[in-house]
Write a protein that binds this ligand. Structure first.
Ligand SMILES: Cc1cc2nc3c(=O)[nH]c(=O)nc-3n(C[C@H](O)[C@H](O)[C@H](O)COP(=O)(O)OP(=O)(O)OC[C@H]3O[C@@H](n4cnc5c(N)ncnc54)[C@H](O)[C@@H]3O)c2cc1C
Length: 497
């Protein structure tokens, strides 16, 4: 029996557990999650719950130190940075934070209980060059399969096709067919005229009943126990009773998000030079467009959460290094991160939010640092964020604003005061802090199988592993890397090689 500990129950830990469980019949997997079981079944996406009351109740449980604190979203209009419902800010209340919108979730399912479920494939320039491309694409396909990704969830609504036709006429020029304007790949299932957003319940459904998989909520992993080259277990703390104990492990996979994965390593005395550095949050630029009458949906807004909105769904203009160096999502309004415009009752389907992700000019100096003396809400080393935009970032933002205007004018009339540049941290996609590298040259934390350099059996997962400048939403890519890690473990560690 190979005892495997997974730290964190988000989509990455869950996909890793599923893959290893199915590849290696000797693997006995225990997954610890510091947050509570906020939804039933475990890890269900909050937007798949039956009522708005249930959704709000579940969101409030996931907010760690802000558990049960409901913020008024109108505060955002006064310049206050608020966490999205279901998340909490890493540097809450810190004056002049360099990454004020950086947030996390603490619940079974992690941010995967709250995400928009957009699952784009990376383009040329976004994938690390030292990774075998065919292997990556195959693992990415598997990630899509695990997440139940589809591009046809909103296929029955002609408005989406009309939008994409107009956008395609302008942006498809010079692209290969797979990088044309298209419906956003979404991790959703459509059943009973209802959209079931993929949470970790969908990922772990088949292994939850297994005797070789154990999911333990309300339990913080406080330390990885190790001898410098080999992890031998973890220390845990029950969040309800305060009881502490140690658990043996043959393999440890840390998937606690891009802030808390390096935090746990730091706390455990595992501090490679690159740990926490190369923090990479792609910039986010938003706009709102009003569609012309001939592009406006006429059906009414559904009155139940999870019901299909008769709007355009989410369309995607993929990143193209040469012609369109950002990622664009053209969204139905209930997926937009902020109230973009002061509208009471918009004509159904008449307004779309356009969001661009702008790749960051990655710098070693952008980092999360941890304190040896101060602690966070959970009693772990307190994180501080250091994040600066370079002159190259300024150039990219200026270019992105022009691209945004172009997209909005292609489909309608831009509204408001032009592009809104969101504060750093807003993307909720933090990368680089435990980055993967081709060699142990001090610029990476793990190898291409996500194994920490110089350790035999200690692995990391999550967006922090991604080393490249990317525009696309990262979750399926991080799952692909976690699948690669699981395959490598099944091949080697579990077989005693
Ligand atoms: C509103 C919203 C919209 C989003 N939309 C998209 C999208 O459209 N596409 C996309 O790709 N991504 C999106 N994301 C981001 C996506 O949710 C994350 O990329 C994904 O959840 C990362 O998975 P993870 O498992 O690495 O981390 P998480 O989902 O953050 O899970 C990590 C878990 O580990 C737990 N943990 C941490 N440390 C410890 C410890 N020491 N002991 C025990 N437990 C611990 C945490 O409590 C947490 O539950 C969105 C996120 C949000 C909030």
């Amino acid at each position: 029996m190979t005892k495997v500990v997974v730290v964190g129950s988000g989509p990455i830990g869950s996909a890793f557990a599923l893959t290893l469980h199915n590849l290696d019949s000797t693997a006995d997997i225990t997954m610890f999650e510091v947050g509570p079981a906020a939804t039933h079944p475990l890890g269900r996406h909050v937007r798949t719950l039956d009522s708005t009351e249930e959704l709000e109740e579940a969101q409030l449980l996931c907010q760690g130190p802000k558990r049960n604190v409901k913020e008024d979203p109108r505060k955002m209009h006064t310049g206050v940075v608020l966490a999205r419902p279901g998340t909490f800010l890493v540097e809450d209340g810190k004056a002049n934070s360099e990454m004020p919108a950086t947030a996390m979730s603490a619940n079974v399912g992690g941010m995967g209980a709250h995400w928009t479920a957009a699952c784009p494939r990376l383009g040329d320039g976004e994938i690390p060059t030292f990774i075998d491309r065919a292997e990556f694409e195959s693992d990415f396909d598997e990630a899509w399969r695990i997440l139940k990704v589809t591009q046809s969830a909103f296929a029955t609504f002609p408005l989406g096709d009309q939008l994409r036709e107009r956008l395609g006429a302008k942006y498809n020029v010079g692209r290969s067919a797979d990088r044309n304007v298209q419906p956003m790949p979404l991790a959703v299932q459509v059943k009973d005229n209802r959209t079931w957003w993929t949470g970790t319940d969908v990922i772990i459904e088949s292994i939850l009943p297994s005797e070789r998989f154990h999911l333990i909520p309300d339990t913080l992993v406080t330390e990885v126990i190790h001898d410098g080259t080999r992890a031998t277990g973890v220390r845990i703390k029950n969040q309800n009773t305060g009881a502490e104990s140690a658990v043996d492990a043959d393999v440890v996979f840390v998937a606690g998000d891009s802030i808390r994965t390096p935090q746990l390593l730091f706390k455990s005395g595992i501090r490679p030079k690159a740990l926490g550095h190369y923090l990479n949050d792609h910039g986010q630029v938003l706009g709102l467009a009003e569609l012309p009458e001939d592009l406006t949906a006429t059906t009414e807004k559904p009155n139940r959460i999870g019901a299909l909105a008769p709007h355009s769904g989410i369309s995607w203009i993929p990143y193209d290094r040469e012609t369109f160096p950002v990622h664009a999502q053209i969204m139905q309004m209930d997926a937009s991160p902020i109230p973009l415009h002061d509208m009471k009752e918009p004509r159904p389907g008449a307004f779309v939010g356009v969001g661009l992700f702008v790749p960051k000019d990655v710098q070693a100096a952008d980092r999360v640092e941890f304190s040896d003396t101060e602690t966070d809400f959970f009693g772990m080393p307190k994180p501080s964020l250091f994040y600066k935009l370079t002159a190259e970032d300024d150039r990219r933002f200026a270019e992105a604003k022009e691209l945004l205007t172009g997209v909005m004018e292609t489909i309608g009339t831009p509204l408001g005061n032009g592009a809104i540049v969101m504060p750093p941290g807003s993307s909720l996609h933090y990368m680089g802090t435990v980055r993967m590298g081709a060699s142990d040259d001090g610029t990476s934390v793990c190898d291409q199988n996500s194994r920490i350099w110089n350790f035999e059996n200690l692995y990391v997962g999550g967006n922090g592993v991604i080393p490249t400048e990317t525009a696309a939403n990262p979750t399926p890519t991080s799952i692909a890397f976690a699948i690669k890690a699981a395959r490598s473990i099944a091949r080697t560690v579990s077989k005693g090689n």
